[in-house]
Design a protein around this ligand. Structure first.
Ligand code: UD1
Length: 367
């Protein structure tokens, strides 16, 4: 029986990938024709950036660990290509699935397509139209090479068609991250994280910042810290700091400034379930992440995204997201504090994306 199974590699690399591969891994495991294998590139390696996510999402130990770690963009990309190519040369899967837009997404796509291994990209077609973002380069190149493009929303389909990608390759499957929320909703709701941090339900702000454009220069990061101090006077703020952000707060000597406010609670990054528990129960979110814009839209929570543009415009047109400059953050918080929670009506953001994907893979075309 086993010898007729199709081997499917799921590439997991960094924090935002893990909640995207989990629903798909679990859905594929239930099929007698599929043998899903998790390949962890090791781009994120800290316990609370990786292993705890695997536990929360009920994922097994990765089948293969490439252990590539940190480095410059070329170093990370190159190391994943070299290591993954070795795996592929030893034994080729029937399909490699890459998710999101991190360096490992691009690297695994390059290694696989050059060896003629079919690649599917989950979360294809997102564009910020800003090539100064490393993720935008990863998105554009991955989409131009992948054989199957699974998109979350109509704008993504249009972006791909504008780039000359054949409509035959594009399949709108919905937003996989909603599957993870719904799969783990009972555990997220039960988690006592907000009580543990002594917050009041629906009255605190949750902050995540890690984009190089926000945290890698002292001037920008100082403006952001000062804005958070002002915001904390209106509502307490919980700030799980990404390693990049923590490193720079120390380097630019801004950590003491942030810590001078009794109403800003700096904590280490959290794994999926406690973090989502903080999202579920907060009043508003301030972020520069990609995925959190979508999670807040789905949950109807006001979100301020500190970026000039977003590759997820549907979160603005049909969701709760607002783009803001660091200078305007404090003013924007006042505006959103009056907003009520809204129910999300975006089509195919329904917790059934993994099922739809597995359905397309079961078709004779791919089997
Ligand atoms: C990466 C992704 C970004 C994603 C983010 C989420 C790229 C280009 N960027 O950015 O799209 O939004 O992950 O977290 O792929 N570090 C640790 N422990 C870890 C991981 C990283 O300390 O487990 C440190 C690294 O040493 C480095 C910094 O954090 O100094 C940045 O890590 P890196 O993987 O290069 O990029 P991210 O900023 O996390």
């Amino acid at each position: 029986m086993k010898k007729n199974k199709k081997t499917i590699h799921l590439i997991a690399a960094a924090r935002p990938n893990f909640m995207k591969i989990a629903p798909l891994y679990h859905a594929l495991r239930k099929k007698d024709w599929a043998e899903p294998e998790i390949i962890h590139t090791g781009q994120h390696y800290d316990l609370n950036m990786s292993d705890d996510f695997f536990n929360d999402l009920n994922l097994p130990e990765p089948h293969i660990h490439l252990g590539i770690g940190s480095g410059t963009h070329a170093e990370q990309t190159g190391r994943v290509m070299i290591a993954y190519e070795k795996i592929l040369l030893n034994k080729r899967p029937n399909l490699t699935i890459v998710v999101g837009d991190v360096n490992s997404t691009l690297a695994a796509t390059l290694a696989a397509t050059k060896l003629g291994v079919k690649v599917a990209h989950l979360e294809a077609g997102l564009r910020a139209y800003d090539r100064s973002m490393p993720e935008e380069i990863n998105r554009v190149v991955t989409d131009s090479l992948a054989d199957i493009l699974w998109t979350p929303s109509p704008d993504a389909d249009e972006n791909l068609k504008k780039e000359g990608i054949s409509p035959d390759k594009i399949q709108r499957v919905g937003n996989i991250m909603i599957d993870s929320i719904e799969m783990l909703r009972p555990r997220i709701e039960k988690e006592p994280e907000w009580q543990k941090l002594k917050m009041k339900r629906n009255s605190y702000g949750l902050v995540t910042l890690h984009r190089p454009s926000n945290v890698d220069t002292v001037d920008k990061l100082k403006i952001l810290c000062k804005a958070l101090l002002q915001i904390a006077e209106k509502a307490p703020v919980v700030f799980p700091a990404h390693p990049r952000t923590m490193k720079n707060l120390k380097k630019f000597k801004l950590l003491n400034l942030i810590k001078s406010s009794p109403d800003i609670l700096m904590i280490s990054p959290l794994s999926y379930i406690p973090f989502m528990n903080l999202v579920f129960n907060c009043r508003f979110v301030i972020t520069d992440s990609g995925g959190i814009q979508e999670e807040t839209t789905y949950l109807g929570i006001p979100c301020l995204t500190v970026r000039p543009h977003t590759e997820r415009p549907i979160t603005i047109t049909q969701g709760t997201n607002t783009l803001t400059k660091p200078e305007d953050l404090n003013k924007q918080v006042e505006a959103i504090l009056t907003k009520k929670r809204e129910k999300c009506k975006i089509k195919l953001w329904d917790g059934k994306t993994a099922k739809r994907i597995v359905g397309t893979l079961s078709s004779p075309l791919y089997k």
